[in-house]
Design a protein around this ligand. Sequence first.
Ligand code: NDP
Length: 682
Amino acid sequence: MTIQTVKSFAAGQWIDVDDAARDIRSAVTGDIIARAGNSALDTAAMLDYARTKGGPALRAMTFHQRAKMLKALAQHLGQHKQKLYDISFATGATQKDHLIDIDGGIGTMFVFASKGRREMPDAHVYLDGNVEQLSRSGTFLGQHICTSLQGVAVHINAFNFPVWGMLEKLAPTLLAGVPAIVKPATASCYVTEMAVQIMLDSGLLPDGALQLVSGGLGDMLDRLSNQDVVSFTGSADTALKLRSAPHILSNSIRFIAEQDSLNASILGPDAGPGTPEFDLFVKEVSREMTTKAGQKCTAIRRILAPEALVQPVIEALGKALAKITIGDPRAEATRMGALVSAGQKQDVLEKAAIIGQEAERVIGDPDKFEVIGADADAGAFVPPMLFHCADPDGARHVHEVEAFGPVSTIMPYKDVDHAVSLVNRGQGSLVASVITHDAAVARQVALGAGAFHGRLYFNNRDSMKESTGHGSPLPHMVHGGPGRAGGGEEMGGVRGVMHYMQRTAIQGSPDILTAIGQKWVPGAQEITEQDHPFKRTFHELALGETFKTPSREILLEDIEKFAHFTGDTFYAHMDQDAAARNPFFPGRVAHGYLLLSFAAGLFVQPDEGPVLANTGLDNLRFLKPVEAGDSIKVRLSVKHKTPRNEDYGEVRWHVSVTNLQDEMVAEYELLTMNAYAHPEKQ
Ligand code: NDP
């Protein structure tokens, strides 16, 4: 059998293993299948390549260009995923596990691509929050901005998700405009190597955007600077060792950690046998225990049930887990494969033995279980094991020891407050779930346990058909947790991108803020053209281009007509005495929506032109009432432009409606879709 050499990709070259390489064994047969590592990797050259080639190339692209690149990369990976499936079986994973790792990773990249296009500007600067008024008349303002870090992200990943683990970090990093050096766990690095090769072969990435270290990292972490980020997933011990290195601490190098977590799931007090929630709970727990053979950072390690329901849950889990056939992950009949290595098997058995000191094993026997299609002794197989801890208040290990395999402990709780206190004994977890149809229970847990968890997952009969599962971190939602879970946070949509960007408070005049943020700020220079802005295409419009309308008087007759036409005969518009008694109004006033309608009547240019549609209105405020006899006029300024597709883009207009005294009566942002070209008249 040929032994694969797993290469590194450093400074534009594939580098083979050297004599210091480590052996990698198949999780299923125990045979040596690959070797990885090169002790002579030039880490300085790798960092330099990322910083001087990859970083500038990525930073030259806008968020939208990087998002399009991510989409194309995800599509390309999708076209080659069969190769990744084929090679992944040796890690002990089944085809179902591959869907989580490989398809899940690709899906995560797609979500970041989509969020980059929809939620970030087609620009290089991301604006964080609103403009802050720092002066009375608005000549000195504040705005927080985020710009790409000018260093490199070093991703140190765990063995359990060789593809998803890389892509969930890589997608937000590249979207931020930062190059990455990926260091997968050696045990499964041959899968990551293939995924990296597929991405590099696509030609979609600029040089230096992605490098790979197979094997040890050498002295790379000692060469990092304040512009670099380390994002780590793995054991708490390694995280502590790496993050507490004097070089990391003294340079305040960002270190994001996701590590051990004693995740819990609570069966609600309302969810007894016979309810849909009871069956759902058993299904979720058995799935979380056995997917990836329990090697999931989010797997359920602690199961909490009302005292009276502990036995029924054990019985139901016994039936569910009895159906889990263990064996060669390639075999169709296999429901659970092997742990990643003999070392992990030994670690899991040792940890299970520690848990066994204060809990009784009620399901699963590591010395007696059937393995199909493989040698039980040669492969890293273990059966699902359920422990029962009768005294969770007195116990310690069950709340502290993570057996990273198909091992969970069930424990009783007296009431919801007790369940919350037990869940929090994990001292910070990635996720806790509650299966309940009682929203009051959900709220009690959220308030009591939210601060100890990165994610709370609630499920019941209403959501179960579409729910995504206790153990699935989603790119839209944050993944990470406080305390023992590492204190880090990944993903969460645009939040995840911000780990690779620097937030800076900008203070200055409206013109300065407009130039930096590429978003027109009231008070900044206005551009007045001869013709109407609705006559110009998306690209012809300039930021700050402003159109001022003549004024229009609001008559009592207009208010009456509008009221009867729309049916809005609210007393403030119709009854002088009642309106005068209201502290907001001097007497009868015009409808806010009448003002908006008249404003549109004042600024709209009616002919067919590049404006395709009005798609919305944001941040509307009615600031001063308008009485019959008052007049209004409108000022319309181009605030921001975002390309949407090949044909048109969104224009955000700042609209201010003022009275004859130049007092603001309404302010809002109008959204229109504007074509890139003038319509072709027949
Ligand atoms: P480790 O912490 O040993 O390894 C995690 C990553 O860190 C790997 O890529 C590893 O590389 C790397 N690493 C280890 N030492 C160094 C170092 N000195 N410098 C740079 N990188 C280093 O965890 P394992 O993957 O071996 O898993 C061990 C345990 O961690 C599991 O049994 C489980 O309890 C826990 N774990 C928790 C996870 C979670 O998210 N909750 C996820 C995965 C594991 P290499 O493989 O080359 O040593």
